[in-house]
Ligand binder design. Structure first.
Ligand SMILES: Cc1cc2nc3c(=O)[nH]c(=O)nc-3n(C[C@H](O)[C@H](O)[C@H](O)COP(=O)(O)O)c2cc1C
Length: 415
C-alpha cells in the first residue's frame, strides 16, 4: 500500500504515455495520491481529461496559467510531493534535466524540486544509444536521479532494441521499493530500485579506465581507455545488489552512485587499491593497465638541454590480473579479465586467459577503426572453459548488463 504517499507524475511526449494511464490506475489502487503535470508534447499522446479522470486531481500543464499559479504555484507543486516520477521520460526531457533547462512547467518543476526523482525513459533505440542521451543519463545518475528501465523489445517505430518504457508494474515496483526504503534513494543507473537483486550479499571489485605512469611531474604514459565499459559494469553489478568497489584510473567520468569509488593514477596504485578491496566474490578487471612505467620518475620537469631527446628507460608494471589470480585464499571467487587486442583477438585472448589463470576473458577489438576506446558500443567475445561466446554489437551499458546477468547466473548455479 502507498497510503499517504504523494507522487507528482510528469508525463512527457512519448508514444508510451498511454501506459502511464495504467500506472496511475495501479498507484490509485494502492491509495497513493497522484497529481499530474503534462508537457505540450505529452498532450499529443494522452489528454488532460484522461489524466484528470484517472488521477482524480487537476492536471497542470501551463507554467504561465494565472489560475493554476494562484492555486498551486510551480514551486509548491514541485515540493508538495514525496517523489517525482517522469514517465515516459523522453530523450528531450532527460536532456533538459541534465542541462538544467526550465522552459515549461515540467522542466521548471524538475529544476525547482528538492524531492527525489525517478525517470522511466522511453524512446527509439538509436535515441537511447546516442552519445548525447548516454551522457545525460550518466549526469542524472551521478546526481542521484533514479531510473526504471528502459527494457529491450519491439518498439512502436518498428525497430527492436533497448528503449522501451518499463512496464507499469515495473515502475510501480520501483516506486514501492523507494517508499519501503529499500535500496538508497540514489540508485545505480545500471538498475532500477525494485529490480531483482541476485547479487545482494556478494562483494564485487571492478577496475576501470587507463593508468597514468609519471615520467616527470608534468608528463606521463597513458592509453586511450575512457573507463566507460568498466564504470558501466560497476553500475550493473551494484544495480543487482553487489557491494561494489570501483577502482578507477583517471577518467572524465562522474563517480557512479551507490558504490565505493577509489581513484588511482598508476598501475602500482591500482594494484594496492585492488588488494585492499579483497576478499571479493567477483572481480572484473576492465582497466587498461599500462604494461610499463618509467624506470626512474624524474623529480623535476625534464628540460631540453640541446643534447637531443632524453632516453626513456621503461620497467614492467605489476600484473594486476595475475596477482589476483594467484592470491591463494584471497583469490576472487570469479575472476574476469578483459583482453583489448588489435589483431588475432580471439587467439591472443585465449592465450592471455591461460597464462594468467583467469576464469573468463572478455575479448574486444580496440583497433582505431572500431571506435571501442572512448566509444559507446562494444563487440565482445566471452571466453571461458567451454569455449568462445560471440556477443552481438551492443552499447557498453548493454554489455555490462549482460555480463552482470551471466555472473549472477554463474554464482546462482554454484551455490
Ligand atoms: C509519433 C511520435 C512519437 C514520439 N515518441 C517519442 C518517444 O517515445 N520518446 C522520445 O524521446 N521522443 C518521442 N517523440 C519526440 C518527442 O515528442 C519530442 O522530442 C518532444 O519535443 C518531447 O517533448 P517533451 O519532452 O517536452 O514532452 C515522438 C514524436 C512523435 C511525433
Amino acid at each position: 500500500m502507498l497510503t499517504g504517499n504523494r507522487i507528482l507524475l510528469i508525463v512527457t511526449g512519448g508514444i508510451a504515455a498511454y501506459k502511464t494511464l495504467e500506472l496511475i490506475r495501479r498507484l490509485k489502487e494502492r491509495n497513493a495520491a497522484v497529481r499530474c503535470v503534462l508537457t505540450r508534447a505529452g498532450a499529443q499522446f494522452v489528454t488532460p481529461l484522461s489524466l484528470a479522470a484517472i488521477s482524480g486531481d487537476a492536471v497542470y500543464d501551463d507554467l504561465f496559467s494565472l489560475t493554476a499559479e494562484a492555486e498551486m504555484g510551480h514551486i509548491e507543486l514541485s515540493r508538495d510531493a514525496d517523489l517525482l516520477v517522469v514517465a515516459p521520460a523522453t530523450a528531450d526531457i532527460l536532456a533538459k534535466m541534465a542541462a538544467g533547462i526550465a522552459d515549461d512547467l515540467a522542466t521548471t518543476v524538475l529544476l525547482a524540486t528538492d524531492k527525489p526523482v525517478l525517470v522511466a525513459p522511453a524512446m527509439n533505440v538509436r535515441m537511447w544509444e546516442h552519445p548525447a542521451t548516454r551522457a545525460n543519463i550518466e549526469t542524472l545518475a551521478a546526481r542521484g536521479v533514479m531510473r526504471a528501465g528502459p527494457g529491450v523489445g519491439d518498439m512502436a517505430c518498428g525497430e527492436f532494441g533497448e528503449g522501451r518504457m518499463a512496464e507499469p508494474d515495473e515502475i510501480l515496483g520501483a516506486i514501492e521499493a523507494f517508499f519501503r526504503g529499500e535500496g538508497a534513494a540514489v540508485t545505480p543507473s545500471g538498475g532500477a530500485p525494485g529490480q531483482k537483486r541476485p547479487l545482494a550479499g556478494r562483494r564485487a571489485l571492478v577496475t576501470s579506465g587507463p593508468t597514468h605512469e609519471a615520467i616527470d611531474p608534468v608528463r606521463y604514459i597513458a592509453n586511450r581507455s575512457s573507463g566507460k565499459q568498466g564504470h558501466a559494469i560497476a553500475r550493473a553489478l551494484a544495480g543487482m545488489g553487489a557491494d561494489t568497489t570501483l577502482v578507477s584510473g583517471p577518467t572524465g567520468l562522474a563517480d557512479p552512485p551507490g558504490m565505493t569509488v577509489v581513484h588511482v593514477e598508476s598501475a602500482c596504485d591500482m594494484l594496492d587499491a585492488c588488494t585492499q578491496a579483497l576478499p571479493v566474490d567477483i572481480a572484473v578487471c576492465a582497466a587498461a593497465v599500462s604494461d610499463w612505467r618509467a624506470a626512474d620518475e624524474a623529480a623535476q620537469k625534464i628540460k631540453k638541454n640541446g643534447g637531443g631527446p632524453p632516453r626513456l628507460e621503461l620497467t614492467e608494471n605489476p600484473d594486476i590480473l595475475l596477482t589476483l589470480a594467484r592470491a591463494d585464499n584471497m583469490r576472487p571467487g570469479l575472476l574476469v579479465g578483459f583482453a583489448a587486442e588489435t589483431e588475432k583477438v580471439i587467439a591472443h585472448a585465449k592465450a592471455k586467459r591461460k597464462k594468467k589463470g583467469v576464469d573468463w576473458i572478455l575479448a574486444n577489438d580496440v583497433s582505431p577503426g572500431t571506435g571501442t576506446f572512448g566509444g559507446d558500443r562494444n563487440v565482445i567475445h566471452l571466453i571461458d572453459d567451454s569455449g568462445v561466446e560471440d556477443w552481438p554489437a551492443m552499447s557498453k551499458d548493454g554489455v555490462a548488463r549482460r555480463l552482470a546477468e551471466r555472473i549472477a547466473d554463474h554464482i546462482a548455479a554454484k551455490s
